[in-house]
Design a protein. Sequence first.
Lengths: 745, 260
Amino acid sequence: MAAGTAPRRADASGAARLPDTARRRIATERLASVAIRAGGLAVILAITGIFAFLVVEILPVLLPARVALAHDAALAGVVPRALLLDEYRTHDAALGRDGVVRVVRLEDGAVRAEQALADDFVAVAGDAEHSVLAGVARDGRIAAAPVAFTASFEEQRRVVTPSIGAPIELALFDDAAAAPAVAGPLAVRAGGDAQAGAAALAGGGVALVQRRSERNAFTGETTESLERRVLATPAPVTALALDPKQEQLYAGTADGRLLRFDLRAGVAEPESVDAGGAAISALSLLIGGRTLVVGQADGALSSWFTVPQENGPARLTRTRDYPSYPGAVRAIAPSQRDRAFLVAADDGTLGFQYSTSGRTLWRGDSPLGPATALALAPKGDGGAIAAEGRLASLDVRASHPELSLGSLFGKVWYEGAPRPEYVWQSSSGDDAFEPKLSLVPLVVGTLKGTFYALLLAVPLGVLGAMYTSQFMHARLQRWVKPGVEIMAALPSVVLGFLAALWLAPRVERLFSAFLAMGVAIPVAAIAGGWLWSRLPKRWVARVPDGTEVLWIGVAIAAAMALCVSLSAPLERALFGGSFPAWLETSTGLPFDQRNAVVVGIAMGFAVIPIIFAISEDAFSNVPADLSAGSLALGANRWQTVVRVVLPTASPGIFSAIMVGFGRAVGETMIVLMATGNTPILDWSPFNGFRTLSANIAVEIPEAPHGGTLYRTLFLAALLLFAMTFAVNTAAELVRHRLRRRYGRL
Amino acid sequence: MTAPALPLIEKPAMRVIDLKLWYGSSLALDSISLDLPERRITAFIGPSGCGKSTLLRCLNRMNDLVDGVRTEGSVLFGGRSIFDPEVDVNALRKRIGMVFQKSNPFPKTVYENVAYGPRIHGVRAKGELDGIVERGLRAAALWDEVKDRLHESALQLSGGQQQRLCIARALAVEPEVLLLDEPCSALDPVATAKIEELLLELREHYTIAIVTHNMQQAARVSDYTAFLYLGRLIEFGETRELFVKPREQQTQDYITGRFG
Ligand SMILES: Nc1ncnc2c1ncn2[C@@H]1O[C@H](COP(=O)(O)OP(=O)(O)OP(=O)(O)O)[C@@H](O)[C@H]1O
Ligand SMILES: [Mg+2]
């Protein structure tokens, strides 16, 4: 027992009396392990933090859209057929065939303003853009009432006061008494200096009236013109729409045809397209007046616009189909902000759609059953719906409806484009502009820049590292390695600047020389090496091994000088004097001065030092006794390097390339300055491009916080992050495999 | 200075004549002259840093790889100086194989390690390579241990097996001379015994030079022994003679361990 405890006690006291140095060593070790763990954790946290931040910024894109009842008011005995809603969604203005405009406060159903326009209308319509409600009487007289909502503040509360202005009168026919019977539907545009109305006639055809007042800027005189037309239609018209410029009149017929009358042309012959069977039951133009949304009696809903044709005039084309509604589409209310629109069908279904992305944002039951009229608030954040004897306002919310997987990554048929395509064009001066947010050209641009940069950097970096570490004389090595490191220290702004302002014009001017260099440099290097090997051994022996590169360098420099001096005659001989012109005429490819070749060279220059440094390490870390073992077997230097050193260094070289790839993918400054930033989708080395990173840099200062563009840019950032992450993960896996295969255990 | 230190009866495979070697400005080998008799084992012994490895590396010009090495004198092989600039170093090294102190198998399979040399020298045919690999491994007494794992990584072999693999690899190019630099320094007695046994067998066909720190080993396996000290060849002669009655006091001191 005593024998058992004694040593233990000795141990314990021994531990207590550890020498100072040992205690210090233990403390240092603990400190180091804590510091290392903290550092590692901080890195992981930082990366997760960045990832989380990006995701949080993007997440609102996924919020579902919502359409919900806000207020509900009774309007006994009235069937409102046209609606308007004020900016603050406090009042609904409604017009039915009884000819009375009523403005109802939604909170309590109080009628705040009321004005009779006529005794009886055969059809009514609204013009949300100009806040006008209008109706047409059987004799062709149109009366339009402008409804104004003025907001004022009383005791910190906003009070909206509606008022109905003096009606605008327009007559479809000169002589109301002799006019043919008007049946409806009606379409009205009632701007300040141009008004137009169109209505279908009971006996077929459409009657149209247009009034324009033009003010002469010099004399201050206004001249008014009035034009009336009757347009023949092949079938009874069931829906009408006028574009905001009052240049196009669209009519839908009972036999499912769409007619487009070009009012400028003065020709009455419309373009007629078959929309497929069922009668057109609703027509509406989206913001900008180019996309026509067509609803049909069988519930079909589609988007149309005029598409330029290669030969002949532009044609009205069905460009998008939405999921069908269970009942006939009765009303379509476009947003005045974007390409969203509300749709009501006869069976009481209500839908919220978006044109560019083709998304069905929301679909559900109308709170009032089958709707007779529909409107969207000016800000697009609310809606109004009417049914027999009832009115309601809706809360409408859609977060970034223009974004969908399809609109970000697929081809989209944008308004006016000849075919679906990938386009990035996020903004323009025009409010009615359709944002084109395809990330595909940017991803392709990123890969293109990376490809051309790596095309230059990988061979130069890896082979340069191989030569430097395996063949070069130690004294030269001492110069080369720091030299390349200085190259890495060059700020990319400087590289981009040089590329854009110095290199790009020279590449353009001396293109043939650059082309010839691609051949001449390798030839000169090989010829120089061959000549060297042919020199008598006694001479060669005087020069230290591994300095022959100087001689080859001279050969390369001579070849480059020769190329430059021969550039002009070459260009004349090969390309008739100018390469850009030759390219344009013989292949149809445009030549941008700031193109992928320039970026490849500049970005290659930025990537080479990274690839060089890491691969040089990889080569140098191959144990010398391995190459000694190979040399001792009679292998020459080259065989040794290729068969033993290279495979052993391959995991390191692989990571070098991947780190270089990561650098090239994320590189911003050089591409920003040297590419021209044109987001075009093509692989030609003579074009510019725009990368994800440059795009973020260019657009984020202009992107309103929280807006769609802002979120899309964050999505681009996440994509960039994911790309590098995926590549690095894949690379790491490959590297591990290589390591297991070639590594020394 | 001329002539070898000792007139040998046997026919020399290599002759070192008045060899001086400098690493930069420091003289590492000072006027060494000795013969490596054909199909005999010659051991180089001497205290650490005396130049044994340097001398061995001179014999197949591995010193060329070291920066700032300068040699004077000559090493004759097949009647010609190996330092002649016209000599093809790679062909020379094929004829004079080398095994290093620290085993250095390539990070390839066992098979590929042995086949490496023949491939380098132009053997392509699979059947021929198979034969060379088997003969090499058998000659290195490794065949039975690895014949079922020819296509596994050589790095999974034990230290002793790796060293024998390196010997097999060197034998596979069919050299005439085999240089071994402390081949057993990292091995246990059993593996050492195996290699020694192997050396005695190889002596039938190869001229062998071996560097060793182990006096018993030198005594056991070698026919001739050279004792170097501070870059100079102190004594060179038949092993039995050198160990039993050395001519020089320094040799006596070294082999009896009374060296200070
Ligand atoms: N690459 C080198 N560069 C400079 N000096 C060297 C180099 N290799 C060896 N030397 C020097 O040459 C001398 C002989 O070295 P060598 O390696 O031949 O000794 P050795 O007898 O093999 O010793 P050991 O028994 O420890 O292996 C030593 O003084 C050593 O410092
Ligand atoms: Mg040694």
